[in-house]
Write a protein that binds this ligand. Structure first.
Ligand SMILES: N[C@@H](CCC(=O)N[C@@H](CS)C(=O)NCC(=O)O)C(=O)O
Length: 346
């Protein structure tokens, strides 16, 4: 065959080959995505902290509750119409990412800071459910009132966290000697601090507020005023499954949008609330957001009914009227001057 002939043959054959390939690709069964696997299993697997009061903690019956736990309960409400269809899987700061990557978890919802490195290496952050910053706690009796008084003082820190690297940066830029006392598990750092092994404990300020509630004398400890880092905490899913990522992302966005629109667990079932198009889309009586997510039409109203809107879960678990006592602060809705802002449901 001459060059001309082979070119002609290729011109004729190429479309046939491409068509064949396309059909082949289309007919090859895709491996089941996480959403399908979760539906088949009848429950989703949620990686949580075990001893972070207000965020994720189990009672004596082994039942988990908390602000991070409710993210998973919201997804279970959207998928199964059952906020209880969640298997809570305890994970530590050191094993959380491996558990997510290996498929032990469908969601990691454990006070985890969104960073570039984690996003590149371990999976997707679907949003932020709590904007935090790192701080220091000291026993009041030390007389320490500023983090700038911690030069060369032993600092208890969990070394599998952003807290460790942020503290190192803070001491460097403040021209102070950094004397970390490392622990592999956060709760050991907390216990060592309470037992007096360190002058200070450092972690996310929400974590300090939570841990203090478990102390014999919470009032004997002070969270220092300095905020030394940005800790955007949010739920993660494994990489490369955007269908599942969207289900989790929009479950969180549903709760935030509901608060903004004034829809809560008390009024979501009220037949008279559907007064604006945005509300009708949220509760699923208008538009096809459920279909787009692979869920049924009222996916978001089920979340609000069974778990609550963002403000409700905040007030219930970590707000000023709880032992954790965290003001909304920067976690106010954007309409109230805060950072909590969800893209629209439409
Ligand atoms: N947000 C930071 C810190 C997360 C973290 O694990 N903090 C520890 C600090 S005490 C913790 O929650 N420990 C509680 C525990 O392990 O039970 C991160 O993602 O690295």
């Amino acid at each position: 065959m001459t060059v001309k002939h082979s070119l002609q043959a290729a011109t004729v054959l190429l479309p046939v080959l491409i068509t064949g390939l396309t059909i082949g690709l289309m007919t090859t069964p895709a491996s089941a995505g996480t959403l399908d696997q979760v539906i088949q299993r009848g429950a989703l697997k949620c990686g949580v902290n075990t001893e972070l009061a207000g965020f994720a903690i189990a009672n004596s019956l082994g039942e988990y509750s908390g602000f991070d736990v409710d993210i998973c309960r919201a997804v279970a409400s959207a998928v199964f119409n059952d906020s209880e269809a969640v298997e809570m899987i305890p994970v530590t700061s050191s094993d959380r990412f491996e558990a997510l990557q290996s498929g032990v978890l469908d969601i990691l919802s454990r006070n985890t800071t969104w960073t570039l490195e984690r996003n590149s290496l371990y999976g997707e952050f679907v949003g932020v459910n709590f904007y935090d910053g790192q701080g220091f706690m000291v026993p009041k009796r030390t007389g320490i009132r500023s983090a700038l008084e911690l030069d060369n003082q032993p600092i208890c820190v969990d070394n599998n966290t952003t807290s460790e690297v942020n503290a190192a940066d803070f001491f460097t830029v403040s021209d102070m000697r950094y004397r970390p006392v490392f622990f592999d598990d956060g709760i050991d750092a907390v216990r060592a601090y309470e037992a007096g092994r360190c002058k200070a404990l450092t972690t996310d300020r929400s974590g300090l507020a939570a841990q203090r509630t478990g102390f014999a004398q919470p009032d004997a400890h002070l969270v220092l005023p300095e905020v030394i880092s940005k800790e955007p905490l949010g739920p993660m899913v494994a990489a490369n499954d955007s269908e599942w990522g969207n289900v989790v992302r929009w479950s969180l966005n549903c709760m935030i949008n509901a608060e903004e629109l004034g829809i809560n667990s008390n009024n979501v079932n009220n037949p008279n609330i559907g007064s604006t198009p945005a509300i009708r889309r949220l509760i699923g009586t208008e538009g096809n957001t459920g279909e787009n997510l692979g869920l049924s039409a009222n996916w978001c109203s089920r979340i609000i009914q069974q778990v609550g809107n963002y403000g409700e879960i905040y007030e219930k678990h970590i707000g000023p009227n709880t032992p954790i006592g965290l003001e909304r602060g920067i976690n106010q809705l954007w309409t109230n001057g805060g950072l909590i802002y969800a893209p629209p449901i439409r």
